[in-house]
Design a protein around this ligand. Structure first.
Ligand code: ADP
Length: 670
């Protein structure tokens, strides 16, 4: 029963002079509606044949065909059935063609009246199998190729082809079809066959008016869709540019500033803020801000977090919160002490708060403020955009944090590696040298029983000295390793600097021959403010600096200990000598491990080369700085370190107690 022939092909074979034209679906809809409206507006009883590709397309027009069917006895509607479309004679004739009929690919409308005739005979250009969803999405871009004409001859030919097909599907209609052929297709005399020409009595207005209306409506829809798409595209571009920019950086501050600037600018808000915070924070500092125009800056200000009910709401819902008009929002109007105050002081009119979350963990907040006098309605797509940016910022922040952690880890690994190489160095050079000396001395003592008592004594003293050097080296190495690996337990407490200086001086004096050390002038006044540090480690720094000053200054020289106020929070301790001095280019290097001006193997003054590296680690712990100054060789040296002041006065009794405790623990250190 089905017909493999295309009506378009049949028609073009009959009229080879016609060239098929391309029509979009929307144009065909407009033309069809205009042709149908022309029928509805007239008083004739024309022949109408409409062929729909599918029942669902017919259903959209069923109501209209009910009306048309009432106008004429010869109305034929064809469609491929899907649910209930079937061969039936109703208000009009329904012809259900089979799904493999070429008609499923075509769109036809033929109208033949006394005064006019026109036809639309088209075939869909691409008809690859589609899903229902893609069909809907592609609906407006569907394209057809064929003929639309007012030519009566062509219209009659089209009617004949279609009526023949109808007769194949509905043989019982043969008589009626003959009648139609007779009435509408019999006489073509006196009728133009060259194109769009109407007989003088035709009123083309309904057709043209409807066509224009449909085309206008189509254009309007197009403009609306374009506008929507361009807004959407602008926002997508904004999101992409922010994402790209923040992905390029691994610096958290840079990421937040990029986000705040682009977002504020892109959404044209008056103020855009980002602050980092955690769920338990009482307050947050506004670290990143974008301002549009003359808006008051609140950067650096403390922003209430815990006490802010809006913040709590965002945290509970885990989603953004928008307020179009703060002046009518009860949450704000009822909370005079905090929210109303914030709104007034920051001139907020419309407020959007968006959490920056990563795997459910709060990392910070984004806020957008409109501060113009007219409230702004936050659009769902804008909120969705800010949400999307907040997600990107969350990911970027975590990446930046991981990178920073990685850098820390790398530093720790480098420190570990340094310790390892130092260990190799220390065993390779520093320990082997004294060990060899000890071995030579002991071998000589063992193998030369006739050695004079004086030489025996020299051998023993040399071995003992080098054993002591080795002990110190191992001790300093362990201390530095502990300090660098962060395994030291710190006990900061209020301390009298004077007492710590006295304690370190007594260590020096107890260890060295008085005549061998230079004169030491302790100029630390009694009334110097208390400092806050771990006493054991403060004495360690003072002892090491004094020890060095003694080592590198001859016994006729002078050493001075002074203290000065650096600022309201810190003191600076200065240990100066007029000894060997340091070349200016070596002033930083002396704090490196194993730095010794003479080199490890030609050491004359003893020492391990680790003392200043230990001091630097200790001072770093209390947030201080240590540095050296010298005019150069034989010009003496000054060593400075800063230490925080304690802000409460302690009693002398309590400091005595601390002093006693330090004395015993200091002994443990050595
Ligand atoms: P060392 O155990 O060798 O003293 P340090 O780390 O304490 O190790 O000092 C490193 C080097 O810094 C010393 O070997 C010395 O060359 C130089 N130095 C330290 N203090 C002084 C000082 N007061 N005068 C001159 N040079 C000094």
């Amino acid at each position: 029963m089905s017909n493999p022939n295309s009506v378009v092909t049949d028609l073009l074979t009959a009229f080879p002079q016609y060239r098929p034209q391309m029509y979009f679906k929307s144009s065909l809809t407009a033309l069809s509606h205009a042709m149908e409206d022309q029928v509805l507006a007239g008083s004739e009883q024309p022949l109408i044949i409409a062929s729909f590709q599918k029942e669902r397309f017919y259903r959209q027009e069923a109501h209209r065909y009910q009306k048309i069917g009432r106008l004429s006895r010869h109305v034929y509607v064809l469609a491929a059935p899907e649910t209930d479309f079937s061969n039936v004679s109703d208000v009009y004739e329904k012809i259900a063609f089979t799904p493999d009929d070429e008609l499923t690919q075509e769109w036809h409308l033929v109208v033949i009246a006394n005064n006019y005739a026109n036809c639309l005979i088209c075939r869909e250009k691409t008809h690859s199998p589609k899903t229902q969803a893609s069909e809907m999405a592609m609906d407006n871009s569907r394209r057809f190729e064929g003929i639309w004409t007012f030519d009566r001859t062509v219209s009659i030919k089209s009617a004949e082809i279609l009526l023949k097909r109808i007769a194949q599907y509905r043989p019982e209609l043969k008589t009626k079809i003959y009648e139609a052929l007779d009435i509408y297709c019999g006489n073509t005399d006196n009728i133009s066959i060259t194109g769009v020409e109407f007989s003088p009595c035709i009123n083309p207005d309904p057709f043209v008016e409807r066509l224009v209306t449909y085309l206008q409506a189509g254009q309007y829809k197009l403009i609306k869709a374009n506008r929507f798409l361009s807004v959407k595209e602008k926002k997508e571009r904004l999101l992409n540019s922010i994402t790209e920019a923040i992905r390029r950086s691994l610096n958290a501050d840079e990421i937040l500033q990029i986000a705040v600037d682009r977002l504020g600018e892109g959404l044209n808000v008056c103020r855009c803020l980002i602050y980092r915070c955690q769920e338990t924070d009482l307050n947050a500092e506004i670290q990143h801000e974008f301002l549009n125009g003359e808006i008051k800056s609140i950067k650096g200000k403390t922003w209430p977090v815990k006490a802010n009910p809006l913040f709590e709401e965002v945290l509970t819902l885990r989603e953004s919160l928008s307020i179009d008009d703060v002046s009518i929002d009860p949450r704000i109007q009822d909370n005079k002490s905090l929210l109303l105050h914030l709104v007034n002081s920051c001139s907020i009119i419309s407020w959007l708060i968006v959490p920056i979350l990563y795997q459910g963990k709060l990392l910070g907040m984004m806020e957008l403020h409109h501060c113009d006098s007219v409230p702004v309605t936050w659009k769902a797509e804008d909120i969705a955009l800010v949400d999307a940016i907040a997600t990107q910022v969350g990911v970027a922040l975590i990446q930046a944090e991981s990178y920073a952690n990685l850098e820390d880890l790398n530093e720790q690994l480098e420190a570990l590696d340094r310790t390892r190489s130092n260990l190799v160095a220390i065993t390779g050079h520093e320990l082997r040298t004294p060990l060899s000396t000890i071995q030579v001395c002991l071998e000589s003592l063992a193998n030369e029983p006739d050695m004079s008592p004086e030489l025996r004594q020299v051998m023993l003293s040399t071995a003992l000295e080098d054993a002591e050097r080795m002990r110190k080296l191992v001790q300093d190495f362990l201390t530095l390793s502990q300090l660098e690996s962060g395994t030291v337990e710190w006990n900061p407490e209020p301390l009298s600097l004077q007492e710590c200086v006295d304690l370190s001086l007594s260590h020096i004096r107890s260890r060295q021959d008085q005549s061998a050390i230079p004169t030491i002038n302790n100029l630390v006044p009694d009334e110097v403010p208390f400092v806050e540090a771990d006493g054991e480690w403060l004495v360690e720094v003072l002892s090491k600096l004094l020890d060095n000053a003694c080592k590198f200054t001859d016994n006729k020289g002078q050493i001075t200990i002074e203290v000065e106020e650096k600022n309201a929070l810190q003191l600076v301790v200065i240990i100066s000598d007029n000894g060997r001095g340091i070349e200016p280019e070596r002033l930083k290097q002396v704090f490196d491990r194993f730095y010794q001006e003479e080199g490890a193997l030609r050491r004359s003054a003893g020492g391990t080369g680790l003392g200043l590296a230990i001091c630097r680690q200790i001072v770093k712990n209390w947030g201080g700085e240590i540095w050296a100054e010298s005019q150069g060789k034989n010009q003496g040296s000054q060593f400075y370190f800063t230490i925080p002041k304690f802000n409460q006065k302690s009693t002398s009794n309590s400091s005595n107690v601390k002093k006693n405790r330090r004395t015993s623990s200091q002994q443990n250190l050595r």
